[in-house]
Write a protein that binds this ligand. Sequence first.
Ligand SMILES: C[S@@+](CC[C@H](N)C(=O)[O-])C[C@H]1O[C@@H](n2cnc3c(N)ncnc32)[C@H](O)[C@@H]1O
Length: 273
Amino acid sequence: MKNIETNKQTQQIFLIGDCKEKLKTISDNYIDFILTSPPYDNLRDYEGFEFSFQEISRQLYRLLKNGGVMVWIVGDAVVKGGETLTSFKQALYFQQIGFRVHDTMIYQKNNFSNPSKNRYHQIFEYMFVLSKGTPKTFNPIFDRKNVYAGFSSFGENTTRKKDGKFTIQRKRIIQDYGMRYNIWKGNTSGQENMCRHIEHPATFPMWLAKDHIRSWTNEGDIVLDPFMGSGTTGAACKELGRNFIGCDIESKYVVFAQERIAKHKCGAANGLF
Ligand SMILES: C[S@@+](CC[C@H](N)C(=O)[O-])C[C@H]1O[C@@H](n2cnc3c(N)ncnc32)[C@H](O)[C@@H]1O
């Protein structure tokens, strides 16, 4: 399939079935990057399917290249008045089987889905950035406007030497944009797709997928989403010239994702056809 923006040929492979089994068909150290949002705490009913977390995690570690990264986007349900903390239990398990917890990022949504009565409204999900060793790729996004852009550093910029005396440093001009923080705030998929209906109950937004793919991969890399859902990761990969492998247990989502990715218009704000 030809990528419109980069003019690069990219490949998409779709697997239908339980990723616990399907991932076994992928060779060791094959995947550069995994971006996924698993079903969590039975918050949504995906036709009654549950997933075998521990076995799938071990498969994901096996098939990731050395230096490969996985972004695991997850939240917690409130059960009997208390948060399950499944997210943290999963992160600890990943660490136990060899993943490095490279960063714990936050996806802060621009709105909340369920109003809370006895606690503040819940508007975020965790994005655990897990790696197999040191991440081999990091292309940081510089889009945080610097308040003092264009100014030079204030006063005399000095460093103290061992003997206690000061050395005067050259003044630095503060750049327009600095590196983004690890809390990413933005529209939900619902807000991106106002007046349209995606045939899936829990999609993440296109901007989030694209920004992670840009950050942790290069063109031509192989990206996996073992819980593909509506194919947001796949559409973002097509746009950015990355190869994609997607799996979902529910065949109707795989059909939907295939169609969505095939019709995906690069540069579309919401990525939907
Ligand atoms: C939170 S959704 C992913 C949504 C996706 N990020 C998107 O933007 O559309 C989780 C998906 O995992 C699928 N799923 C659940 N158990 C699975 C399993 N064992 N193997 C593969 N897919 C599974 C569900 O059918 C559902 O589509």
